[in-house]
Design a protein around this ligand. Sequence first.
Ligand SMILES: *Cc1c(COP(=O)(O)O)cnc(C)c1O
Length: 499
Amino acid sequence: MTAEEFAELCVPPTCTLREALLALNRTARGVLLVLHPDGRLRRTLTDGDLRRAALAQVKDSAPVADLPERPPITIGTDATFAAGMALLDRHQIDHLPVVDASGRPVDVMLRRELSQRIWLSSPHLGEEETAFVEDAFRSNWIAPLGPHVDGFEREVAAYAGVGHAAAVSSGTAAIHLALLLLGVKPGDSVFCSSLTFVGSCNPILYCGAQPVFIDSEPETWNMSPAALERALAWSQREGRLPRCVIVVNLYGQSADMDALLPVCERYGVPVLEDAAESLGALYKGRASGSFGSIAVYSFNGNKIITTSGGGILMANDGELVQHARKLATQAREPAAHYEHVEVGFNYRMSNVLAGIGRGQLRVLEQRVAQRRQVFDNYRDALAGQPLDWMPEPAGYRSTRWLTCFTLRGPDAGRRRDLVLRALERHSIEARPVWKPMHQQPLFRGAPYFAHGDQDLSARLFEAGICLPSGSNLTGEQQERVIEQLRRALALAEGWRALA
Ligand SMILES: *Cc1c(COP(=O)(O)O)cnc(C)c1O
């Protein structure tokens, strides 16, 4: 609904029943909002109200004000779609006016929209997954391990151009194993991008190590080489270089590896590449996930392809990957009886889920093209709006796993929240950009190195929004996001003009 369309729903109490009927037909939303002269909501008016009035033989020249009083059921501007849905169900109605603190309507929640939620990033199956899963059932390989696990590992490694891969139960598990394989011990320090999902750095805590967070740079939103350089110089002066650096590739885009890797090399510190969000992306022609000493992908349900839950660890060092498999299977020594020397985990991927992954891998290139198309559609439709899209520098191919942008200008944090809430009212799942780890209570006190004078990851969080980006979004759903986003941006600009 555009601002003009919303304005057409609003009528004065002097409006006649006949005029109301014409307005209901013209606007086709099934509801009108009758306003007091001061703009507060007096009541709603539906087809049902007009039908009842006709049966009671109220003349169609009578004003709406003559109808029996009925206090409207409304909801506040910070309502979630679930709260809206619950209220619609409780009162068995289909429209819910959204009113601001002064009782003025600013929007309407519609059952039709609420019941068709648009998700940020939902699973999108291809045609072959079921065949692989059926094969797993038919052959009774319902175990962790099995031919699909082996096949999936081979296929992912070949896709990335990396020597070996070990499929595990999650991306987080893969990062945990990678840290152990890189020798991270209690008391060690590990560097990590600050702007990321907590799955990147929770495993640092599993190892009893201490995280040091590194800011982003504006070109890629990924790790700043300048901040990394300063952090490494500092840690060398302190006499405790990190055991490794976790470089995260955010939202489908690689970090600037040609700038980051030589810095790490100079200090002799290995890179763990968290490519959980960047499967399918390219950096200077090479697969994202082929740059770290160890790299991981995630196949969680919201990632570009999924096994419903899973991850994979990759490295060119075959012995290291074999060790990862062992650690992931309770660290069983090769003996008929169960012999154990080191601590192990139950982290292996099941053969059934690997089957889903093999099917998904076959449609990966399509999924990349579809997500990039979603981004292009948003960018074209929203040209001229006061926002900046996440950049994609020359030499990079982002998958646009999520379409992200930042709001321009001051007070961006407040406007970001207004925009997110306005989208939520129409059952559109959008999210802030990741809250940086150095701002999380969990990591209070951890050292942080900013890009320059500005704390860039903090600014990206404050001003950034991720839009629904699934490869299975229909054109109609994208239209709905665009229309509501235009309206939400206008609302937020209006707030800024008042503030
Ligand atoms: C999803 C994700 C992870 C963790 O992957 P899971 O499979 O959900 O455990 C790690 N890092 C980043 C950047 C992610 O987006």
